[in-house]
Design a binder for this molecule. Structure first.
Ligand code: IPM
Ligand code: MN
Length: 349
């Protein structure tokens, strides 16, 4: 198969980890007889520096004509402490999500036998936890009307959702639940928020269409507690944009390191594959960042964008072997560099 991949490494450790993901993709292509073609695009702070725009039109054009986007990270500390800054690297990520119509962000949480002791949670709580967080990605407070009034002294962000937006993400969540252990948890704040009440109403209406799926509803504050208290309860968790942002940072603790968690964003146009850890500027250029999340994002790319399940598995097997062999970066207590881990995994594919 010919795979046209838009490579958007972005900022911070993005380029280093995406390079390791590319090694894994190339190894898979050699082994299974595929041909990968990469096109490079600027996004985030590096795009602002060059074009004054965090997601330039050129980058969007090449994403649209590719089969998948391999994304690194965006962000630069020089923008973090300047609330007056008109352009921000994160706008690049929000723009790509909106313009590619990536309304669903899939963040699987899995544990690796060899790493259960790395989790800050008790081994017996996390061992065997395996669930999928589905975060709505193009609505809610992130994209609702926002602004200032009273001469700048009052600020607001609006959490807004249409029925159509809620329906399409819930449909996807029901479908994933059917393919997994048929248990769906809808997380909201329906005791307080009107937008949550719409989510719950729509979910209740959809339930009869999926008689094989057991659905439960959980308030987000309680969900934040249950994810830590009893992660094995969950199979598929679906929630709105902001709640999903917060809860998936929390769930990264379950696997032991944020450097392990991959994600796929899917929707109307080209799907995007991205580690969830962000740009980690303190580590940029040091060859110490954990490339596993980016490499597992490449596995998700084979599975979700190309339907090549064996290829995805080959990456997963090599990653699991690297963790078992202790070929790991310092966040997991190892001594290997980013590129050593990448090389080892690629050669074991
Ligand atoms: C994430 C990130 C982004 C978000 C930031 C970088 C805009 O935290 O992908 O979870 O808030 O969605
Ligand atoms: Mn986040």
């Amino acid at each position: 198969m010919k795979l046209k991949i838009a490579k958007l490494p972005g900022d911070g450790i993005g380029p280093e980890v995406v390079e390791q993901a590319v090694k894994a993709v190339n190894a898979v292509c050699t082994r299974f007889g595929h041909e990968a073609e990469y096109v490079f695009g600027y996004v985030g702070a590096c795009a602002i520096d060059r074009f004054g725009d965090a997601y330039p039109a050129e980058t969007h054009a090449l994403c649209m004509e590719s089969d998948a986007v391999l994304f690194g990270a965006v962000g630069d500390p020089k923008y973090d402490n300047d609330p007056t800054s008109k352009v921000r690297p994160e706008q690049g990520l929000l723009a790509i999500r909106k313009q590619l119509g990536l309304y669903a962000n899939l963040r699987p949480v899995e544990t690796f036998k060899s790493l259960v002791d790395k989790s800050p949670l008790k081994t017996e709580l996390v061992d065997g936890a395996d669930f999928l967080c589905i975060r709505e990605l193009t609505g809610g407070m992130y994209f609702g009307e926002k602004g200032r009034k009273d001469g700048g002294n009052t600020a607001y962000d609006t959490c807004i959702y249409s029925r159509a937006e809620v329906e399409r993400i819930l449909e996807l969540a029901f479908e994933y639940a059917l393919r997994r252990r048929r248990h769906l948890t809808v997380v909201d704040k329906a005791n307080v928020l009107e937008s949550s009440r719409l989510w719950r109403q729509v979910a209740r209406e959809m339930e009869p269409r999926y008689p094989d799926v057991t659905v439960d509803y959980m308030f987000v504050d309680n969900a934040a507690m249950q994810l830590i208290r009893c992660p094995k309860f969950f199979d598929v968790l679906v929630t709105e944009n902001t709640f999903g942002d917060i809860l998936t940072d929390e769930t990264s603790c379950i696997s032991g390191s944020m450097g392990l968690l991959a994600s796929a964003s899917v929707g109307e146009h080209t799907s995007l594959f991205e580690p969830i850890h962000g740009s980690y500027p303190q580590a940029a250029g040091k060859n110490i960042a954990n490339p596993v999340a980016a490499i597992l994002s490449a596995a998700m790319m084979f599975e979700y964008a190309f339907g090549l399940m064996e290829e995805g598995k080959a990456i997963r097997r090599a990653v699991a072997a690297s963790l078992e062999a202790g070929i790991v970066t310092e966040d997991l207590g190892g001594t290997c560099t980013t590129s050593e881990v990448g090389d080892w995994i690629a050669s074991n594919i």
